[in-house]
Design a protein around this ligand. Structure first.
Ligand SMILES: Cc1cc2nc3c(=O)[nH]c(=O)nc-3n(C[C@H](O)[C@H](O)[C@H](O)COP(=O)(O)O)c2cc1C
Length: 242
């Protein structure tokens, strides 16, 4: 059974909420949801302590912890946001800023390489591409194995305003997406983009740039030949939990 976590970039249950929830339901597992800013509404204060010292020194670390833990426990992470002036909501952007330290150029969380991520947005008419990119950039740099984007121009300002024909099309497209995610979960490995980025980052960390990041990569063995997505297989073969 797959575990899905949805991070909604808004508090209300409009078109974006319904599409994100529809996908999670079709994936058909355990669903955990967070609404921004209700469940996390802080702005990054720009202290850069997460980069230079440790993420748990962030003044918002404890407030963010329930979402961080849910994402680490999930198989699928859905980021969903309505298009606001061609981009994600301010709440979604403020949330993503707090994980800058997890970008592959710094200290990516190992489990991300074994998860699938989905970006969902709706617009009245335009701005889906840049909004999806706002979220997909983070998922890629977090190291997620597979990333999907779903943007829809709904010609409406809420779910009830969407035409039955469009709702039908959404249902079909979301069914296909859910099937793809379920199918891939059976034998998940990172795509070329994630692997390529990891390769470039591992060369960079070998040269050394930020001491904390170098220590992290070395301790993980990633500057040598260990790879975050291979851990599970190795464990199975060796029969240990180390
Ligand atoms: C502040 C704000 C900015 C918006 N900017 C855009 C935009 O740039 N392009 C667009 O097509 N629709 C824009 N919209 C409309 C919403 O993106 C659209 O109605 C969306 O489907 C709403 O999703 P929701 O029902 O989940 O809230 C904007 C709406 C708001 C409230």
């Amino acid at each position: 059974m797959l575990k899905t976590v949805i991070i909604h970039g808004q508090n209300h249950k409009g078109s974006t909420y319904h599409i994100a929830h529809m996908l999670a339901e079709k994936i058909d597992g355990e669903i955990t949801e967070f609404f921004l800013p209700r469940d996390f509404g802080e702005f990054c204060v720009g202290c850069t302590t997460c980069f230079s010292e440790a993420e748990n020194k962030c003044p918002h670390y404890n407030k963010l912890a329930p979402i961080t833990e849910a994402m680490e426990a999930a198989d699928v992470i859905i980021l969903a946001s309505p298009v606001y002036v061609f981009h994600v909501t301010g709440a979604m952007k403020a949330f993503l800023d707090h994980y800058g330290y997890r970008w592959m150029v710094h200290r990516p969380e190992e489990s991300m390489f074994r998860k699938q991520g989905v970006c969902i947005c709706t617009a009245a008419g335009a701005g889906m591409k840049s909004t999806l990119k706002d979220m997909a950039d983070s998922l890629l740099f977090w190291g997620m194995a597979r990333i999907y984007k779903y943007g829809k121009a709904v010609a409406a300002v809420n779910w009830d305003g969407i035409s039955p024909k469009k709702k039908n099309a959404i249902d079909k497209e979301i069914t296909v997406l859910a099937e793809k995610i379920i199918h891939r979960s059976k034998n998940l490995s990172p795509g070329l983009k994630t692997r390529g980025l990891f390769f470039a980052m591992h060369l960079m960390q070998r040269k050394g740039f930020n001491q904390k990041d170098v220590e992290y990569w070395e301790q993980k063995g990633w500057t040598r030949n260990k790879r975050p997505w291979k851990r599970r297989k190795l464990q199975l073969f060796s029969g240990t939990n180390r």
